[in-house]
Ligand binder design. Structure first.
Ligand code: ADP
Ligand code: MG
Length: 249
């Protein structure tokens, strides 16, 4: 067994919404350990608590009870400003709505995130350009975000999520709006970042085509988490990004 560092841990995390009379138990004592370099896919029906789990893992929400440990720091002990620092320095978010600043250029969107984390000037520009090149959108560096296509926005959002070298990357349906070619590229990219750069990737998806890119699949239902065998979920007949790619000629 390889000795890999645990970079994200949830210990007995519960989240209850609403009041005592009519509570919604979004998460019921969920525990999860994610080592560096691992790609974990969270699947489960709508309303299962997947987005709530990502928000808690990403220090966007404090759980009702339980502990979240990011890069060996227990979050419950942190004040709000320290939590914000964890989000900035340790977590990369790829959410569906992208949250890019529409009136800024592509590179300005990345430089803004770098500046917040303390990297400015030439170093920031070089780092931003490097990520745009890796994601294949460097030719769009000076374009305003509001003129980009959906696929380009997705790539810029991923570049921005990676720019501060996060230890944990959290993604909510990153392939949802993409065709087979782009979807496969994005998954290849996330897998490469995990395996080569050492980040952990925790991703919510309904898309069975992402399964070949994952190391582990967990199933969330009614606030309960359990491991699933990726092989059993990914049968030979299941669609893959490769099989849906249109072959030239
Ligand atoms: N801010 C909130 N206030 C009240 N209920 C919420 C809130 N966020 C989520 N819920 C409820 O918690 C449950 C889990 O939601 P969610 O985490 O969004 O599930 P999923 O992402 O798996 O579809 C649902 O019943 C949802 O209605
Ligand atoms: Mg959701």
């Amino acid at each position: 067994m390889m000795d890999r560092r645990i970079v994200l841990e949830l210990v007995g995390v519960s989240q209850t919404f609403g009041d005592k009379v009519n509570p919604t138990h979004a998460l019921r004592s969920v525990s999860l350990q994610v080592p560096e370099r691992e790609v974990v896919i969270i699947m489960g029906p709508s309303g299962a608590g997947k987005s709530t789990l990502l928000a808690i893992a990403g220090a966007l929400r404090r759980p009702t009870s339980g502990e979240v440990i990011v890069d060996e720091t227990p979050l419950s002990s942190l004040k709000d400003h320290a939590l914000a620092e964890v989000r900035l320095q340790k977590i990369g978010f790829v959410f569906q709505e992208f949250n890019l600043l529409e009136s800024l250029s592509v590179i300005q969107n990345l430089e803004l995130v770098l500046a917040k984390a303390g990297t400015r000037g030439k170093r920031a520009t070089e780092r931003a350009q490097e990520l745009l090149r890796i994601l294949g959108v460097d030719h769009r560096r000076d374009a305003r975000v509001n003129i980009l296509s959906g696929g380009e926005r997705q790539r810029v959002a991923i570049a921005r999520a990676l720019v501060n070298n996060p230890v944990v990357i959290l993604a909510d349906e990153p392939t949802a709006s993409l065709d087979a070619v782009r979807g496969g590229e994005v998954m290849g990219m996330l897998q490469k970042v995990a395996h080569d750069m050492g980040s952990a990737v925790v991703m919510v998806s309904h898309d069975h085509r992402v399964l070949p890119y994952s190391d582990r699949v967990v199933w969330l239902e009614d606030g309960h988490l359990e491991d699933r065998e990726p092989a059993s979920m990914h049968s030979a007949e299941a669609p893959t990004f490769a099989s849906t790619t249109v072959q030239p000629g």
